[in-house]
Design a protein around this ligand. Sequence first.
Ligand SMILES: *Cc1c(COP(=O)(O)O)cnc(C)c1O
Length: 415
Amino acid sequence: MTEELKALSARAEEAIADKLKKIDETALINTEKVLSAFKNNRVSATHFVSSDGYGYDDRGREVIDSLYAEIFGTEAALVRHSIANGTHALAIGLFGLLRPSDILYSVTGDVYDTLQNVTNKKNGEGSLPDYGVTFEKCELIEEKGDIRIDFDALGKALKEKKNIKVVYVQRSRGYTGRRTLSADEVNEVADFVHARCDAYVFVDNCYGEFAEEKEPNRADILAGSLIKNPGGGLADCGGYFAGTKKAIELVSYRLTVPGIGGEVGATIGQNRNIIRGLFMAPHTVAQAIKTAAFAASLFTLLGYKTSPLPTEPHRDIIETIELGTAEALCAFCRGIQAGSPIDAFVSPEPWEMPGYDDPVIMAAGTFVGGSSIELSADGPLRAPYRVYLQGALTYESGKVGILTAAEHVLETKKS
Ligand SMILES: *Cc1c(COP(=O)(O)O)cnc(C)c1O
């Protein structure tokens, strides 16, 4: 690393000193919450015992559900290694709650890209519209340089359409340019809906877990992936739901079958990593958010536009940087890859990913395939050549990754 970059790195870190402290404070509060739940649930080594077959009376599985419920502040939870990814969890949840002729109403515009195959139109693949469920939405309102939920539109929709069964909120930004909603803002939607009708409030909670001192627990269902925040970098795979008893029960009937729900499911050796990952999660999320804040600070000093800004709150683990050219975007991703523990020797190339209009470049040198609580970066090759950056199991390795990415980007400016 050049002396110049070293000096810049020190300045970048200095500029966010207060913020780094605040992130550690949040991690401490969340760790206290996790430890207290472990104690209350009498977690012991017997919970690591593996089950096979039907998995009846798997005490580890039961205690994991109970831990998630207590930590997320909900009545019940359902956590399974057998949920393939976040999209799968969200789809199970929606199919569990929605019935033919119901409306799914999103207050955060379109749902996450991969979920649109499930929600948006008849495709003959068994989408929600194939079963007679309609998707409707209102957009977030942009005002005074910020965003807010369009409560007028939501109130009007709830009044006019009695068959809105699920009101949907995406907490994190996903692949959009908007900021992430706070847990309070999501809870406000829940209170608003519950004061007016029986609709369930459903939250895509991906990337938000443990970023704040609370979760949006007044919703009926929160769903997410274990290879993101709550798996703490140690869960091998899986997904979770936390929410009301009633909603969790309905979702459990979709996860397996009506009448059986969450009473079965072999855990085939996964309990220890899920429990240990949950223990680590507040700390790991803090490492990822520190890395995001450092990236924001460094690339702001280098003259790039970042979101959140270094001083803005990070309500999830994502940072975006507008790199301006395809060359700089690819260089950044190659740098992240070169600064990763796994596959540091490979060089990522842009490719035509199914479902995307432009080629996408991705960097991920992770212990768990595709895990994005580990340092990873990706972005579509189109203006403003924005990279989406997330994760890092340790702040130190995250910093090395970001600095390596900066070196690669600066290299493109020389030539
Ligand atoms: C990651 C993510 C998902 C789910 O993605 P998977 O790749 O299927 O795990 C859904 N919504 C948001 C906002 C996400 O960030």
